[in-house]
Design a protein around this ligand. Structure first.
Ligand code: GLA
Length: 385
Protein backbone atom coordinates (compact mmCIF):
# COMPACT_ATOMS: atom_id res chain seq x y z
CA UNK A 1 0.00 0.00 0.00
CA UNK A 2 2.85 2.37 0.84
CA UNK A 3 4.16 2.03 -2.67
CA UNK A 4 0.87 2.75 -4.39
CA UNK A 5 -0.06 5.68 -2.15
CA UNK A 6 3.40 7.17 -2.31
CA UNK A 7 3.64 6.68 -6.06
CA UNK A 8 0.25 8.26 -6.72
CA UNK A 9 1.02 11.23 -4.51
CA UNK A 10 4.41 11.70 -6.15
CA UNK A 11 2.94 11.49 -9.63
CA UNK A 12 0.36 14.20 -8.97
CA UNK A 13 1.67 16.38 -6.14
CA UNK A 14 5.41 15.81 -5.70
CA UNK A 15 7.50 14.44 -2.86
CA UNK A 16 5.30 12.40 -0.48
CA UNK A 17 7.72 12.32 2.43
CA UNK A 18 5.84 12.96 5.66
CA UNK A 19 2.41 12.50 4.06
CA UNK A 20 -0.26 10.70 6.07
CA UNK A 21 -2.36 7.92 4.51
CA UNK A 22 -5.85 7.37 5.91
CA UNK A 23 -8.70 5.10 4.89
CA UNK A 24 -12.39 5.00 5.63
CA UNK A 25 -14.92 2.39 4.51
CA UNK A 26 -18.29 2.84 2.87
CA UNK A 27 -21.29 1.61 4.83
CA UNK A 28 -24.40 -0.38 4.14
CA UNK A 29 -27.43 0.26 6.25
CA UNK A 30 -28.98 -3.04 7.36
CA UNK A 31 -32.13 -1.49 8.77
CA UNK A 32 -33.31 1.90 10.05
CA UNK A 33 -33.75 3.98 6.92
CA UNK A 34 -34.60 7.68 7.05
CA UNK A 35 -34.75 7.48 10.82
CA UNK A 36 -31.45 9.19 11.63
CA UNK A 37 -32.57 12.77 10.91
CA UNK A 38 -35.70 11.99 12.92
CA UNK A 39 -33.63 11.33 16.07
CA UNK A 40 -34.24 7.60 15.66
CA UNK A 41 -32.29 4.33 15.56
CA UNK A 42 -30.17 2.96 12.74
CA UNK A 43 -28.20 -0.26 12.24
CA UNK A 44 -25.50 0.05 9.57
CA UNK A 45 -22.31 -1.93 9.06
CA UNK A 46 -19.17 -1.23 7.05
CA UNK A 47 -18.41 -2.69 3.62
CA UNK A 48 -15.14 -3.92 2.19
CA UNK A 49 -14.79 -0.93 -0.12
CA UNK A 50 -13.06 2.19 1.07
CA UNK A 51 -11.75 5.65 0.26
CA UNK A 52 -8.07 6.40 0.74
CA UNK A 53 -6.67 9.89 1.28
CA UNK A 54 -3.01 10.95 1.33
CA UNK A 55 -2.37 14.38 2.80
CA UNK A 56 0.72 16.46 3.45
CA UNK A 57 1.02 19.81 5.15
CA UNK A 58 2.22 22.83 3.16
CA UNK A 59 4.04 25.85 4.47
CA UNK A 60 1.85 28.34 2.53
CA UNK A 61 -1.95 28.65 2.37
CA UNK A 62 -2.48 26.75 -0.86
CA UNK A 63 -4.78 23.75 -1.03
CA UNK A 64 -4.19 21.32 -3.90
CA UNK A 65 -6.51 18.37 -4.29
CA UNK A 66 -6.26 15.53 -6.78
CA UNK A 67 -9.02 13.00 -7.42
CA UNK A 68 -6.61 10.38 -8.71
CA UNK A 69 -9.06 7.93 -10.25
CA UNK A 70 -11.15 10.64 -11.88
CA UNK A 71 -8.14 12.47 -13.27
CA UNK A 72 -9.41 15.73 -11.73
CA UNK A 73 -7.50 18.42 -9.92
CA UNK A 74 -8.34 21.55 -8.00
CA UNK A 75 -6.12 24.26 -6.60
CA UNK A 76 -7.01 27.28 -4.53
CA UNK A 77 -6.11 29.30 -1.49
CA UNK A 78 -7.37 28.57 2.02
CA UNK A 79 -9.01 32.01 2.04
CA UNK A 80 -10.67 31.85 -1.39
CA UNK A 81 -14.48 31.98 -1.42
CA UNK A 82 -15.66 28.74 -3.04
CA UNK A 83 -18.87 28.06 -4.92
CA UNK A 84 -19.70 24.51 -3.91
CA UNK A 85 -22.86 24.22 -6.02
CA UNK A 86 -22.72 21.20 -8.36
CA UNK A 87 -19.06 20.71 -7.62
CA UNK A 88 -18.98 16.90 -7.37
CA UNK A 89 -16.54 15.62 -4.76
CA UNK A 90 -15.22 19.06 -3.80
CA UNK A 91 -17.40 19.67 -0.70
CA UNK A 92 -16.41 16.33 0.82
CA UNK A 93 -12.70 17.19 0.75
CA UNK A 94 -12.31 20.96 0.61
CA UNK A 95 -15.39 21.29 2.83
CA UNK A 96 -13.56 19.40 5.58
CA UNK A 97 -10.49 21.61 5.13
CA UNK A 98 -12.67 24.73 5.23
CA UNK A 99 -14.65 23.65 8.25
CA UNK A 100 -11.46 22.95 10.20
CA UNK A 101 -10.03 26.30 9.10
CA UNK A 102 -13.18 28.09 10.21
CA UNK A 103 -12.94 26.36 13.58
CA UNK A 104 -9.39 27.66 13.91
CA UNK A 105 -7.87 24.15 13.81
CA UNK A 106 -5.93 24.47 10.53
CA UNK A 107 -3.71 27.38 9.68
CA UNK A 108 -1.73 26.26 6.70
CA UNK A 109 -2.41 24.78 3.30
CA UNK A 110 -2.33 21.10 2.43
CA UNK A 111 -1.84 18.77 -0.54
CA UNK A 112 -4.38 15.98 -0.80
CA UNK A 113 -4.77 13.06 -3.19
CA UNK A 114 -7.60 10.56 -2.95
CA UNK A 115 -9.09 7.53 -4.66
CA UNK A 116 -11.49 4.84 -3.68
CA UNK A 117 -13.40 1.67 -4.37
CA UNK A 118 -16.84 2.58 -2.98
CA UNK A 119 -19.28 2.82 -5.91
CA UNK A 120 -20.39 6.43 -6.25
CA UNK A 121 -24.01 7.48 -5.81
CA UNK A 122 -25.11 3.93 -5.00
CA UNK A 123 -26.24 4.53 -1.42
CA UNK A 124 -23.06 3.07 0.09
CA UNK A 125 -21.71 6.39 1.42
CA UNK A 126 -18.77 7.06 -0.83
CA UNK A 127 -19.12 10.71 0.21
CA UNK A 128 -19.07 9.97 3.95
CA UNK A 129 -16.05 7.70 3.36
CA UNK A 130 -14.30 10.59 1.62
CA UNK A 131 -15.17 13.05 4.38
CA UNK A 132 -14.04 10.69 7.12
CA UNK A 133 -10.81 9.67 5.36
CA UNK A 134 -10.02 13.36 4.76
CA UNK A 135 -10.78 14.25 8.38
CA UNK A 136 -8.64 11.35 9.66
CA UNK A 137 -5.72 12.37 7.48
CA UNK A 138 -5.97 16.05 8.48
CA UNK A 139 -6.36 15.05 12.12
CA UNK A 140 -2.99 13.30 11.95
CA UNK A 141 -1.29 15.94 9.77
CA UNK A 142 -2.29 18.80 12.07
CA UNK A 143 -2.36 16.87 15.40
CA UNK A 144 -5.98 17.73 16.08
CA UNK A 145 -6.90 14.79 18.34
CA UNK A 146 -10.55 14.83 17.33
CA UNK A 147 -12.41 12.02 19.07
CA UNK A 148 -14.35 9.67 16.74
CA UNK A 149 -17.79 11.09 17.55
CA UNK A 150 -16.58 14.67 17.16
CA UNK A 151 -15.14 13.67 13.82
CA UNK A 152 -18.41 12.07 12.67
CA UNK A 153 -20.29 15.23 13.68
CA UNK A 154 -17.81 17.46 11.91
CA UNK A 155 -18.23 15.41 8.71
CA UNK A 156 -22.02 15.53 9.04
CA UNK A 157 -21.81 19.33 9.41
CA UNK A 158 -19.65 19.49 6.29
CA UNK A 159 -22.36 17.63 4.38
CA UNK A 160 -24.97 20.15 5.56
CA UNK A 161 -22.91 23.29 5.00
CA UNK A 162 -20.92 22.54 1.88
CA UNK A 163 -22.84 19.81 0.05
CA UNK A 164 -26.26 21.20 0.97
CA UNK A 165 -27.62 17.84 2.14
CA UNK A 166 -29.48 17.93 5.44
CA UNK A 167 -28.59 14.34 6.20
CA UNK A 168 -28.58 12.62 9.56
CA UNK A 169 -25.39 11.35 11.16
CA UNK A 170 -25.59 7.66 10.24
CA UNK A 171 -23.20 7.57 7.29
CA UNK A 172 -20.33 9.51 8.83
CA UNK A 173 -20.77 7.76 12.18
CA UNK A 174 -20.78 4.31 10.57
CA UNK A 175 -17.78 5.03 8.38
CA UNK A 176 -15.79 6.43 11.32
CA UNK A 177 -16.82 3.98 14.06
CA UNK A 178 -17.99 0.82 12.27
CA UNK A 179 -16.10 -2.46 12.76
CA UNK A 180 -16.01 -5.64 10.74
CA UNK A 181 -18.36 -8.48 11.77
CA UNK A 182 -20.48 -6.05 13.76
CA UNK A 183 -23.44 -3.87 13.04
CA UNK A 184 -23.51 -0.51 14.77
CA UNK A 185 -26.66 0.42 16.64
CA UNK A 186 -26.78 4.21 16.82
CA UNK A 187 -29.27 6.19 18.84
CA UNK A 188 -29.22 9.30 16.68
CA UNK A 189 -30.75 11.41 19.42
CA UNK A 190 -28.21 10.78 22.19
CA UNK A 191 -25.43 9.53 19.86
CA UNK A 192 -25.00 6.53 22.13
CA UNK A 193 -23.81 3.65 20.01
CA UNK A 194 -23.21 -0.05 20.50
CA UNK A 195 -21.44 -2.62 18.35
CA UNK A 196 -23.81 -5.52 17.76
CA UNK A 197 -22.05 -8.77 16.81
CA UNK A 198 -23.46 -10.39 13.69
CA UNK A 199 -23.61 -14.17 14.08
CA UNK A 200 -23.63 -14.72 10.34
CA UNK A 201 -22.13 -18.23 10.35
CA UNK A 202 -22.93 -19.75 7.00
CA UNK A 203 -24.59 -16.56 5.76
CA UNK A 204 -23.45 -13.47 3.88
CA UNK A 205 -24.59 -9.94 3.40
CA UNK A 206 -24.85 -9.34 -0.31
CA UNK A 207 -25.32 -5.95 -1.94
CA UNK A 208 -26.66 -5.65 -5.47
CA UNK A 209 -26.53 -2.32 -7.30
CA UNK A 210 -29.57 -1.55 -9.44
CA UNK A 211 -27.45 0.91 -11.42
CA UNK A 212 -30.20 3.55 -11.08
CA UNK A 213 -28.96 6.93 -9.85
CA UNK A 214 -31.10 9.74 -8.55
CA UNK A 215 -30.24 13.21 -9.86
CA UNK A 216 -29.45 15.37 -7.99
CA UNK A 217 -28.27 12.52 -5.80
CA UNK A 218 -29.35 13.73 -2.40
CA UNK A 219 -32.53 15.69 -2.91
CA UNK A 220 -34.41 12.68 -1.47
CA UNK A 221 -33.12 13.33 2.01
CA UNK A 222 -33.88 17.06 1.94
CA UNK A 223 -37.40 16.50 0.60
CA UNK A 224 -38.31 13.79 3.04
CA UNK A 225 -36.72 15.60 5.96
CA UNK A 226 -38.87 18.65 5.25
CA UNK A 227 -41.98 16.45 5.15
CA UNK A 228 -41.09 14.86 8.47
CA UNK A 229 -40.60 18.32 10.00
CA UNK A 230 -43.99 19.41 8.67
CA UNK A 231 -45.58 16.38 10.28
CA UNK A 232 -43.85 17.10 13.60
CA UNK A 233 -45.12 20.71 13.50
CA UNK A 234 -48.69 19.45 13.03
CA UNK A 235 -48.41 16.81 15.76
CA UNK A 236 -46.95 19.33 18.19
CA UNK A 237 -50.16 21.30 18.01
CA UNK A 238 -51.92 18.42 19.76
CA UNK A 239 -49.05 16.87 21.76
CA UNK A 240 -46.72 19.65 22.82
CA UNK A 241 -44.06 17.25 24.13
CA UNK A 242 -43.21 16.06 20.61
CA UNK A 243 -39.95 17.50 19.30
CA UNK A 244 -39.19 14.90 16.64
CA UNK A 245 -40.72 11.71 15.23
CA UNK A 246 -38.71 9.82 17.83
CA UNK A 247 -41.27 11.01 20.39
CA UNK A 248 -44.21 9.65 18.40
CA UNK A 249 -45.77 6.24 19.02
CA UNK A 250 -47.99 4.20 16.71
CA UNK A 251 -50.87 4.79 19.13
CA UNK A 252 -50.39 8.55 18.97
CA UNK A 253 -50.33 8.39 15.21
CA UNK A 254 -53.55 6.40 15.09
CA UNK A 255 -55.17 8.88 17.43
CA UNK A 256 -54.15 11.92 15.40
CA UNK A 257 -54.45 10.48 11.91
CA UNK A 258 -57.10 13.09 11.09
CA UNK A 259 -54.74 16.05 11.52
CA UNK A 260 -52.15 14.73 9.08
CA UNK A 261 -52.49 14.76 5.30
CA UNK A 262 -52.40 11.09 4.11
CA UNK A 263 -48.87 11.29 2.65
CA UNK A 264 -47.43 12.79 5.84
CA UNK A 265 -49.26 10.18 7.92
CA UNK A 266 -47.62 7.47 5.82
CA UNK A 267 -44.17 9.07 6.20
CA UNK A 268 -44.62 9.08 9.99
CA UNK A 269 -45.85 5.48 10.03
CA UNK A 270 -42.68 4.43 8.25
CA UNK A 271 -40.36 6.25 10.65
CA UNK A 272 -42.13 5.16 13.83
CA UNK A 273 -42.44 1.51 12.75
CA UNK A 274 -38.87 1.48 11.40
CA UNK A 275 -37.50 2.51 14.80
CA UNK A 276 -39.25 -0.53 16.30
CA UNK A 277 -37.85 -2.76 13.59
CA UNK A 278 -34.28 -1.62 14.32
CA UNK A 279 -34.59 -2.58 17.98
CA UNK A 280 -36.23 -5.89 17.10
CA UNK A 281 -33.48 -6.53 14.57
CA UNK A 282 -30.87 -6.11 17.33
CA UNK A 283 -32.76 -8.57 19.48
CA UNK A 284 -32.91 -11.09 16.69
CA UNK A 285 -29.13 -10.81 16.25
CA UNK A 286 -28.64 -11.30 19.97
CA UNK A 287 -30.86 -14.41 19.74
CA UNK A 288 -28.99 -15.62 16.65
CA UNK A 289 -32.34 -15.61 14.89
CA UNK A 290 -31.36 -14.68 11.34
CA UNK A 291 -34.74 -15.62 9.79
CA UNK A 292 -36.38 -13.03 12.08
CA UNK A 293 -33.76 -10.47 11.04
CA UNK A 294 -34.52 -11.24 7.40
CA UNK A 295 -38.26 -10.78 7.89
CA UNK A 296 -37.63 -7.37 9.43
CA UNK A 297 -35.53 -6.39 6.40
CA UNK A 298 -38.39 -7.30 4.10
CA UNK A 299 -40.91 -5.39 6.22
CA UNK A 300 -38.59 -2.38 6.12
CA UNK A 301 -38.44 -2.54 2.34
CA UNK A 302 -42.20 -2.54 1.93
CA UNK A 303 -42.55 0.30 4.40
CA UNK A 304 -39.97 2.34 2.43
CA UNK A 305 -41.75 1.51 -0.79
CA UNK A 306 -45.35 2.05 0.27
CA UNK A 307 -45.21 4.58 3.12
CA UNK A 308 -42.00 6.54 2.74
CA UNK A 309 -42.14 6.23 -1.09
CA UNK A 310 -38.41 6.31 -1.70
CA UNK A 311 -37.96 3.06 -3.57
CA UNK A 312 -37.58 2.64 -7.31
CA UNK A 313 -39.09 -0.06 -9.55
CA UNK A 314 -35.60 -1.35 -10.39
CA UNK A 315 -34.79 -1.91 -6.72
CA UNK A 316 -38.27 -3.33 -6.02
CA UNK A 317 -37.65 -5.84 -8.77
CA UNK A 318 -34.29 -6.88 -7.27
CA UNK A 319 -35.91 -7.36 -3.86
CA UNK A 320 -38.94 -9.23 -5.21
CA UNK A 321 -36.76 -11.62 -7.21
CA UNK A 322 -34.17 -12.07 -4.45
CA UNK A 323 -36.70 -13.11 -1.82
CA UNK A 324 -37.98 -15.85 -4.13
CA UNK A 325 -34.61 -17.57 -3.88
CA UNK A 326 -34.48 -20.39 -1.39
CA UNK A 327 -31.85 -19.38 1.19
CA UNK A 328 -32.40 -15.62 0.90
CA UNK A 329 -33.61 -14.64 4.35
CA UNK A 330 -34.26 -10.98 3.70
CA UNK A 331 -33.66 -8.13 1.28
CA UNK A 332 -34.35 -4.42 1.16
CA UNK A 333 -33.51 -1.10 -0.39
CA UNK A 334 -30.56 0.44 1.42
CA UNK A 335 -29.56 4.10 1.57
CA UNK A 336 -31.49 7.23 0.68
CA UNK A 337 -33.42 5.56 -2.16
CA UNK A 338 -34.86 6.35 -5.60
CA UNK A 339 -32.40 3.84 -6.97
CA UNK A 340 -29.13 2.60 -5.56
CA UNK A 341 -28.67 -0.77 -3.95
CA UNK A 342 -30.44 -3.73 -2.41
CA UNK A 343 -28.87 -5.39 0.61
CA UNK A 344 -29.76 -9.01 1.29
CA UNK A 345 -29.02 -11.67 3.85
CA UNK A 346 -28.23 -14.92 2.11
CA UNK A 347 -27.21 -18.46 3.03
CA UNK A 348 -23.78 -18.95 1.62
CA UNK A 349 -24.90 -22.07 -0.22
CA UNK A 350 -27.61 -20.03 -1.97
CA UNK A 351 -25.17 -17.49 -3.47
CA UNK A 352 -25.03 -19.18 -6.91
CA UNK A 353 -28.85 -19.25 -7.07
CA UNK A 354 -29.05 -15.58 -6.12
CA UNK A 355 -26.48 -14.69 -8.75
CA UNK A 356 -28.42 -16.62 -11.37
CA UNK A 357 -31.67 -14.90 -10.40
CA UNK A 358 -30.11 -11.42 -10.43
CA UNK A 359 -28.15 -11.84 -13.64
CA UNK A 360 -31.01 -10.95 -16.04
CA UNK A 361 -31.72 -7.77 -14.03
CA UNK A 362 -28.18 -6.37 -13.95
CA UNK A 363 -25.46 -6.28 -16.60
CA UNK A 364 -22.66 -7.94 -14.75
CA UNK A 365 -22.82 -9.67 -11.38
CA UNK A 366 -19.10 -9.30 -10.76
CA UNK A 367 -19.33 -5.52 -11.16
CA UNK A 368 -22.71 -4.87 -9.62
CA UNK A 369 -22.60 -7.07 -6.53
CA UNK A 370 -20.63 -6.95 -3.32
CA UNK A 371 -20.46 -9.99 -1.08
CA UNK A 372 -19.19 -8.52 2.18
CA UNK A 373 -16.20 -10.50 3.41
CA UNK A 374 -13.50 -8.59 5.24
CA UNK A 375 -14.22 -4.90 5.75
CA UNK A 376 -11.54 -2.78 7.42
CA UNK A 377 -12.33 -0.08 9.93
CA UNK A 378 -11.39 3.55 9.39
CA UNK A 379 -7.82 4.35 10.36
CA UNK A 380 -4.59 6.10 9.56
CA UNK A 381 -2.63 3.39 7.80
CA UNK A 382 0.77 5.02 7.67
CA UNK A 383 2.99 8.05 7.53
CA UNK A 384 5.19 7.90 4.45
CA UNK A 385 8.86 7.91 5.46
C1 GLA B 1 -28.62 9.17 3.34
C2 GLA B 1 -28.32 10.16 4.46
C3 GLA B 1 -28.40 9.47 5.81
C4 GLA B 1 -29.74 8.76 5.97
C5 GLA B 1 -30.03 7.88 4.75
C6 GLA B 1 -31.41 7.29 4.79
O1 GLA B 1 -27.65 8.19 3.30
O2 GLA B 1 -27.04 10.70 4.29
O3 GLA B 1 -28.20 10.41 6.84
O4 GLA B 1 -30.76 9.69 6.19
O5 GLA B 1 -29.89 8.59 3.53
O6 GLA B 1 -31.53 6.40 5.84
Amino acid sequence: MTLRSAALFREHLGDPTGAVVARAPGRVNLIGEHTDYNDGFVLPTIVDRHVEVVARRRSDRKVRIVAADLGERRENDLDDPIDYANSGWLPYVLGVVHELTQRGRIESGVDIAFWGTVPRGAGLSSSAGLEVATALALDAVFNLWLNPIEMARLCRDVEHRYAGVRCGIMDQFASRLGRSDNALLIDCRSLDARHVPMPLDGHRLVIVDSGVRREPADSTVNQRRTECEEAVALLREVESSITSLRDVTLDMLAKHENILPPDLFARCRHVVSENHRVLEACESLANKDLPAFGRLMIASHFSLRNDFEVSHPAVDRLVEEAIQVDGVLGARLTGAGFGGCMVSLVKQTALPDLEQRMQPLIDDWSVRSIVIRAPEKARVTEVIA
